[in-house]
Ligand binder design. Structure first.
Ligand SMILES: [Zn+2]
Length: 88
């Protein structure tokens, strides 16, 4: 099975960001979350890994640290864009 590990990283950071006070008032429905994810992921380089179900991604945590600043920047941009113009 192949997954884009960047999706994991973005999804994890997005969940965290959406719990912050800064984004307390924005729409967090499934459509908006998907739009934010898609927009952020389009601006980030994918990182494909092969994986077995249930595998822990600990060995890729260095990737996460390496790309953290980029992920934060793109997710923040995507949140701002989608929350201003929700697609519904
Ligand atoms: Zn929404």
């Amino acid at each position: 099975m192949i997954i884009n590990y960047m999706e994991e990283v973005v999804s994890r950071y997005l969940q965290k960001a959406l719990r912050s006070e800064e984004y307390a008032s924005i729409c967090k429905c499934e459509a908006c979350i998907d739009d934010i994810m898609a927009k952020a992921l389009n601006n980030l380089k994918p990182f494909y890994i092969t994986t077995k179900k249930g595998e822990v991604y600990a060995e890729y945590s260095s990737l996460e640290n390496q790309h953290q600043a980029e992920v934060i920047a793109e997710v923040t941009k995507a949140i701002e864009f989608v929350s201003k113009k929700p697609n519904h």
